[in-house]
Design a protein around this ligand. Structure first.
Ligand code: NAD
Length: 418
């Protein structure tokens, strides 16, 4: 049976709603997205033929600010996942005190099977199909699995070309995660991996643990996984094993992260890297380490994987990597989890900084972006952990509850129109 990601997220909401005594009508509103958009659009392939693609944009909630969330290009994208991911953006932005709501989009396409030109035409036609359903003050996309800064620039350019010349520059904030040259922010590319590692560092600090010489495994070596590995490396943590959609690899002496980073950038995956041995997925999960950063897809840590894992702490770079059965086993084993809506919130946090810079025509230095990100991650990490400890509830539920407290207040103050 297909994994019901949206139901899993709804269940977390239901449990956290009880913790914060959320009024039933607010829980009902938050249990479904406000808008669900599906578009089918034609794209010309390099050989001259035409193919029809299916795209989604789910706008979950905007009571705290414009809809915000990434665009995923993956062959398995479907409505249910996008709804789950859109709602998680609402929880994440509210948890981080960012004035955004939540959204998510996607196109059912395997980006590895298309040329750069085809990907450009897919992106431009998708943006055109979304039309005025997105906007810099209304709904702001960003990169996610399978999409890049370059694709964000194509989205921005396609969207900007809809307006007349006088209004063009004001549209730059239509997407975040752009290249620096096109108006992106310093520090955005690495922000999600960086935030996930801030959680690791805060966890270690809380128990006087020196991270130097400690070990980690990272699943996924794309944007989030590769940068998380780099930040761990900077803290002296050895990367023992990693894996992506092509294979898993291990080196008990520690993988040369700088070399693997450069290799994966050049080749599009870790396959063929000669600084580690190829292992199975099971061997990857069984690798003893201090830290695990899942940074691939949802539903990767079930009961079986949780049994296999021999780690002390998990910082969820990916969205929804642990399923409810996995959660149960991790809890029994006493493994600390920095939950996704907290651990991977560095990306949307710096996206917010990018949007502010675009609005003000400013350009912040990297150290300024990093200092602001650091401050917010540290503060919200402490808030979630304290909330969980005080109430003796799982950290995931605590993160949802902290987020729901803000949303509850927003509905209390504004009421329901009319
Ligand atoms: P990406 O496309 O850059 O990388 C995804 C990685 O996962 C790749 O290395 C890919 O090979 C690997 N992968 C795909 N299928 C796999 C499989 N079946 N088994 C093992 N590995 C597999 O995407 P990303 O932006 O790094 O996103 C990774 C996760 O982080 C997703 O859950 C995404 O929603 C989440 N996330 C991303 C951001 C961001 O800023 N990019 C922000 C928050 C959360």
């Amino acid at each position: 049976m297909a994994y019901e990601f949206f139901k899993v997220v709804q269940k977390h909401l239901e449990i956290a709603a009880k913790v914060v005594e959320l009024p039933q009508h607010v829980a009902d509103i938050l249990s479904q997205p406000k808008n669900e958009l599906i578009v089918n659009f034609p794209v010309r392939m390099d050989d001259g033929t035409m193919r029809l693609f299916k795209g989604y944009r789910i706008q979950h909630n905007n009571i705290r600010g414009p809809y915000k969330g990434g665009i995923r290009y993956h062959q398995d994208v479907h409505l249910d996942d996008v709804k789950a991911l859109a709602s998680m953006m609402t929880w994440k932005c509210s948890l981080m005190d960012i004035p955004y709501g939540g959204a998510k989009g996607g196109v059912k396409v395997d980006p590895h099977k298309h040329s750069k030109d085809e990907l450009m035409r897919i992106t431009r036609r998708f943006t055109h199909a979304l039309g005025s359903n997105i906007g810099p003050e209304y709904d702001i996309p960003a990169p996610d699995v399978g999409t890049t800064a370059q694709m964000m620039v194509w989205m921005m350019d396609s969207y900007m070309n809809r307006s007349d010349d006088l209004a063009k520059n004001a549209q730059r904030g239509i997407v975040t995660g752009k290249t620096i040259n096109a108006g992106g922010s310093q520090g955005r590319e690495q922000a999600t991996g960086q935030g996930a590692v801030v959680c690791v560092r805060e966890w270690a600090k809380a128990q006087n643990l020196d991270l130097k010489g400690k070990t980690a495994i990272v699943q996924g070596f794309g944007n989030v996984g590769s940068f998380a590995s780099r930040f761990l490396d900077q803290l002296g943590v050895k990367l023992l094993a990693t894996g992506d959609h092509t294979c898993y690899i291990r080196n008990d002496k520690g993988i040369d992260v700088t070399a693997l980073f450069a290799y994966a950038r050049k080749n599009g995956s870790i396959k063929g890297f000669d600084g580690a041995d190829v292992i199975t997925r099971e061997e990857f999960f069984k690798t003893k380490a201090d830290i695990f950063i899942p940074a691939a897809l949802e539903n990767q840590i079930g009961a079986q994987e949780a049994q296999w894992l021999d780690v002390k702490m998990i910082s969820e770079g990916a969205n929804g990597p642990t399923n409810p059965e996995g959660d149960k086993v991790l809890e029994e084993k006493g493994i600390v989890v920095a939950p996704d809506i907290l651990a991977n919130a560095g990306g949307v946090t710096v996206s917010y900084f990018e949007w502010i810079q675009n609005k003000r025509s400013e350009f912040w230095e990297l150290d300024e972006v990093e200092a602001r990100l650091e401050k917010r991650m540290v503060r919200q990490y402490a808030k979630v952990m304290t909330y969980a400890n005080e109430r003796k509830i799982p950290t995931r539920i605590a993160a949802y509850a902290v987020s729901l407290e803000n949303l509850k207040l927003a509905y209390e103050e504004r009421g329901i129109f009319p």
